[in-house]
Design a protein around this ligand. Structure first.
Ligand code: SAH
Length: 230
C-alpha cells in the first residue's frame, strides 16, 4: 500500500479533491494512506513562524531550513521526498507510472517564494513541476501529482484496459469519444462507431488519434514517429 506524507502549512487542504470519486474511494478502502503534517508544529517560536526574508534581498518570504528540516526529520521514514516546484522535472505520465510503484512518498509543499535551497540538498529532495506556470502553493500541485499516481494503483480504476488506450500512454492523444443519443441537435455519432466492426473501429480510432496528435502536439507526434521507426 502506498503511504503518502504531505508536509504543508495547510494540512486542512488535504485530502481535498483526493477525497472524492475514485481517489477518495481508494483512500477509504486503504489502497493508499495519507498523513498531512503541519510544518508549523515544528516552528521554534511562539508565533510558529516558518518563513523569513530572502538573503540578498528581493520580494516575498522563503521557508526556513531549520523548521522545514525538523519537520522532515521527524516525519520521513523512508522513500522518495518530492518538492513540488516550478524549477523541477516536468511531470509526465511516464514519471507518474514510476512513482505509482513506490511504497512511500513524502511531499513538501512550498508556499510564499519557495523553500531554502539547503533543505533540497541536505535531504536529496527531488523537484517536480506540474507545468510552466506559477501557483500560489505546492498543495495544489501535490494533489494533482497524487491524483495521477493513485488512479494507477492496483484496483483503483474499474477497467484496467481503459488505462492502456489513454492519452500519453502510447504517445498519442486520445481519439474523439461519443455516447448516446446517436443524434443530438443535428449532429450524429460517426457511423463507423455504430457498425459493430471492431477492427474498423480500432483503425478509425488510431487514425483519429494520429490526426489529433499531429495537429495539436507536433512534439508528441514526432516522438511517436521516432518510436515507430526505431
Ligand atoms: N518563487 C518561486 C515560485 C514560488 S510559488 C519560483 O519562481 O520558482 C510557491 C510554491 O508553489 C512553490 O514553492 C511550489 O511548491 C509551488 N508551485 C508553484 N508553481 C508550481 C508548479 N508549476 N509546479 C509545482 N509546484 C509549484
Amino acid at each position: 500500500m502506498l503511504k503518502v506524507k504531505v508536509l504543508t502549512v495547510f494540512p486542512e487542504m488535504f485530502p481535498g479533491f483526493l477525497g472524492y470519486s475514485l481517489t477518495g474511494k481508494a483512500l477509504e478502502e486503504q489502497k493508499w494512506q495519507l498523513e498531512a503534517v503541519n510544518i508549523r508544529d515544528y516552528a521554534f517560536d511562539k508565533h510558529k513562524s516558518v518563513d523569513d526574508t530572502p538573503c540578498g534581498g528581493g520580494a516575498g518570504m522563503i521557508m526556513r531550513p531549520d523548521v522545514l528540516g525538523r519537520a522532515i526529520k521527524a516525519n520521513h521514514t523512508g522513500g522518495r521526498i518530492v518538492y513540488m516546484s516550478p524549477k523541477g522535472r516536468p511531470l509526465t505520465q511516464k514519471l507518474v507510472r514510476e512513482f505509482s510503484r513506490e511504497e512511500a512518498l513524502t511531499f513538501v509543499c512550498g508556499r510564499f517564494e519557495g523553500i531554502d535551497e539547503r533543505v533540497i540538498e541536505a535531504f536529496g529532495i527531488e523537484e517536480i513541476s506540474i507545468g510552466d506556470y506559477i501557483l500560489t502553493g505546492g498543495e495544489q500541485a501535490a494533489q494533482i501529482m497524487l491524483d495521477a499516481i493513485i488512479r494507477l494503483l492496483p484496483g483503483v480504476l474499474g477497467n484496467e484496459a481503459s488505462l492502456e488506450d489513454e492519452s500519453f500512454e502510447k504517445e498519442l492523444l486520445e481519439y474523439p469519444q461519443y455516447t448516446r443519443p446517436v443524434e443530438w441537435e443535428g449532429r450524429s455519432v460517426p457511423e463507423i462507431l455504430l457498425s459493430g466492426h471492431h477492427q474498423k473501429i480500432a483503425d478509425w480510432r488510431k487514425e483519429q488519434a494520429e490526426i489529433a496528435t499531429k495537429a495539436r502536439r507536433p512534439d508528441l507526434f514526432k516522438k511517436y514517429l521516432d518510436s515507430k521507426n526505431s
